[in-house]
Structure formats: structure tokens, C-alpha cells
Design a protein around this ligand. Structure first.
Ligand code: Q0Z
Length: 317
């Protein structure tokens, strides 16, 4: 059952070595579009895939008509940074942020290996917030894990917990316990390795971020099996779209924390009187500019390098 539900299974390797992508396509429009999410797209690139992050932004799960310039590059640069840093924990799908990437997508796209994705979202929480806080208040547990009584909203947990969820095609992912995740994957030993790798990735990233003044509250990974059947981490990792990052400065349990990147847009959207149902309103210029700065600041704090260096490193020749 492993590999069902994720789609896009790897094709048999006929290349006799590293996959051949041939000439770099001139534009994205020349490539077959395989999947389109709220804020990104996947294209087919020979035996591989091209993952492209857009500048689109959502608040309260609705996409705004106004893009945040460079958001796609910041997220791609961050995911790429974390893939490069975590190879000692688990192999990943990334092949290149340059070779094979069309000029128009440079900096916001990566070439990746095709995987047979596992049909579970692999969430790790180091702090109790969001849907985890709701579940804890209602039941004292999250995804079947009993937590100590008396926790406060946004409090750090005694130890990071693995709280998988289903991958809903539409609507919201549903929390499931480890046994349910193992049944969906069809291999309990494999699921245990997925859980252990998820927690290890979280611990490593949270410690790194904390040294740079950023709290990684929680994050979500997606795993798959490569053409050799090896477990690898795929999708985007440890980006502000797949994680909750909070500024450590001002962190105070007992209330919700502001998001590092989106809080400015959320605050503006709330105050605008928008009822949080589609369509989302256009975002004013000054809110766009401040939000772009916060994304760039997140990149620079976490990676320790200038965002301009990422753009230069991935620019077309
Ligand atoms: C990722 C997604 C979307 C972006 C499928 N290496 C891989 N092999 C096979 N499948 C995937 C990957 Cl990353 C895969 N997604 C999620 C959807 C845009 C990412 F529309 N879906």
C-alpha cells in the first residue's frame, strides 16, 4: 500500500544513470502542468519534476489577488537551505535549483526526483497552538498523544510530538493517530522511520532557528519512496508556508503568537472588515512592502546569508 494516494509515482529508470532532462525549456508554458496548488505548481520535466513556488499569499485559507514580490524565491531558498543542511538525517528529493530550471522560474523553482508519495501529512509540534491547541482543550490529547494537564496556549511541549494527518484532496486535513497513519501507509516499520525522521528534522531545525531568534512552533513534512524504494523527504520543507515561525522576541505563552511572515497581512485583513470568505481583498502597497521585508528577514535570519545571495546564486547565466 506504500505509495498509493500520492500520485506521480516514479517511472522505471531507462536512463542508465542520472535522469536525462535534455535541453532546458525556454518557458514554463512549454512544460506539462501536473498539479496546481493554492500557491505553487508542479511541472513534468522529463523523468523529473519542476516544483515552482509563486508569490501568491493566503490568509485564513483564502488567496489574495495581490502577490508578495519574492515570496516564491524566499520559500524556495529556505527549503533548499534546509535540504542541504539535513542530509545527515534523511535523503531528500531535491536535484538542482539551477540545472534544468527555466530562466523565468530561477530562484523560485527546483528540479526534484519523482517519488511515490506516502498518503499522510507528517506534522511535528514543539509548541501547542492552532488545531493542536483546540484538540488539546477538547480532549487533553492531540492525534492520540495524551499531553500533560494545565498547558497554556502556545506553550512549549515537554518533547516534540508527531501528529500525522490525512491528506485531504479538498477541505481540511484530519488528525489521525500513529496506528491509523501506519495502516494508511501499509507498513508500520516504515511509518516508525517516517515519524523518527520527522521528529529529528524538527529538532534540528528548531534548534538552528532558535539560535537566530526564531521559534519553529510546528511544521509539516511529506515523504515518499524513490525509484530504489528508499525513504526520502520531498515537497517543500521548513518554509513559512509549511511551518509556524514566531519571532522569539515577544514570545509569551497564554495567547496566540503572531506569525513571523503573515501577521501584518492578517492584522490588516481582519481590521479591513473582510469576513474571511472568498474573494479575499487586494492588499495595500504598504502592507505588501512590509510583508515582503518580513519574508526576506526570515530568509536572512534563518540562513545567515543575504537574500540577494540566493537570487544571484540561482540567476540564469
Ligand atoms: C508533491 C504539491 C502542488 C506543489 C505531489 N517529488 C515528488 N514526487 C511526486 N509527487 C510530488 C513530489 Cl514533491 C508531489 N505534491 C504536493 C502540489 C504543487 C506541490 F499542486 N504533490
Amino acid at each position: 500500500m506504500a505509495g498509493r494516494g500520492g500520485g506521480l509515482a516514479p517511472a522505471p529508470d531507462r536512463s542508465g544513470g542520472s535522469a536525462s532532462i535534455g535541453a532546458v525549456p525556454a518557458t514554463l508554458a512549454d512544460l506539462p502542468l501536473l498539479a496546481s496548488g493554492k500557491v505553487r505548481e508542479i511541472y513534468e520535466l522529463g523523468d523529473e519534476l519542476l516544483l515552482v513556488a509563486s508569490d501568491r499569499i493566503s490568509t485564513y485559507d483564502v488567496i489574495h489577488p495581490t502577490p508578495i514580490p519574492d515570496k516564491g524565491k524566499v520559500l524556495t531558498g529556505l527549503s533548499s537551505f534546509w535540504f542541504a543542511k539535513t542530509g545527515h538525517i534523511i535523503d531528500n528529493h531535491q536535484v538542482s535549483a539551477t540545472d534544468g530550471v527555466p530562466a523565468e522560474a530561477r530562484g523560485r523553482a527546483v528540479v526534484v526526483r519523482k517519488l511515490a508519495m506516502l498518503p499522510v501529512e507528517c506534522v511535528v509540534r514543539g509548541y501547542i497552538t492552532g488545531s493542536g491547541w483546540k484538540d488539546y482543550q477538547a480532549t487533553g490529547a492531540v492525534s492520540g498523544i495524551e499531553l500533560p494537564a494545565g498547558l497554556h496556549e502556545s506553550e512549549q511541549l515537554p518533547t516534540p510530538i508527531f501528529t500525522p494527518s490525512t491528506k485531504a484532496e479538498t477541505g481540511h486535513d484530519e488528525p489521525i493517530d500513529f496506528d491509523h497513519a501506519a495502516a494508511l501507509v501499509g507498513d508500520r516499520e516504515l511509518m516508525a522511520r517516517v515519524r523518527d525522521a520527522s521528529i529529528e528534522l524538527y529538532r534540528f531545525a528548531a534548534e538552528h532557528a532558535r539560535e537566530r531568534g526564531v521559534i519553529l512552533a510546528d511544521t509539516k513534512f511529506e515523504f515518499g519512496l524513490d525509484a530504489e524504494g528508499a525513504l526520502v523527504v520531498g515537497d517543500e520543507v521548513l518554509t513559512p508556508d509549511s511551518s509556524r515561525y514566531w519571532p522569539a522576541d515577544g514570545y509569551e505563552p497564554g495567547r496566540p503568537q503572531p506569525s513571523f511572515d503573515k501577521q501584518y497581512v492578517r492584522d490588516w485583513a481582519s481590521a479591513s472588515g473582510w469576513d474571511k470568505t472568498p474573494p479575499a481583498p487586494a492588499i495595500p502597497d504598504e502592507v505588501v512592502a512590509r510583508t515582503r521585508e518580513l519574508y526576506v528577514e526570515a530568509y536572512e535570519r534563518i540562513t545567515g546569508e543575504s537574500f540577494a545571495a540566493w537570487v544571484a546564486r540561482t540567476a540564469a547565466a
